[in-house]
Write a new protein. Structure first.
Length: 95
């Protein structure tokens, strides 16, 4: 079983994708999907906000969760995300 989970699917430079990483990515994606459904249920069950505000809040939260999920996926695969963080910081300074 350990040999199967450690089987290397492909390799690009220093980055390798193994079966265990792929399974972890799938579990992570399903968890993010359920998290988004839970957040949507909480936001849309609020009676104090009108429809457009609910949609806007959900869209912002969804984008933040997607960004964090992409960063998490990069970390699972083994991609160094500090380069992306430095680049995004430089872009945000320009804005």
């Amino acid at each position: 079983m350990k040999e199967f989970l450690d089987y290397q699917i492909f390799k690009i430079g220093k980055i390798t994708l193994e079966v265990n990483q792929l399974l972890l990515l799938i579990v992570f994606a399903v968890a993010v999907k359920y998290l988004l459904a839970f957040v949507k249920k909480i936001i849309y069950s609020n009676k104090k906000l009108d429809g457009s505000k609910k949609y806007t809040i959900y869209a912002l939260v969804k984008y933040i969760i997607y960004i964090l999920a992409i960063i998490g996926c990069f970390d699972i695969i083994g991609i160094n995300i500090s380069i992306f963080l430095a680049g995004s910081a430089a872009l945000l300074v320009g804005i």
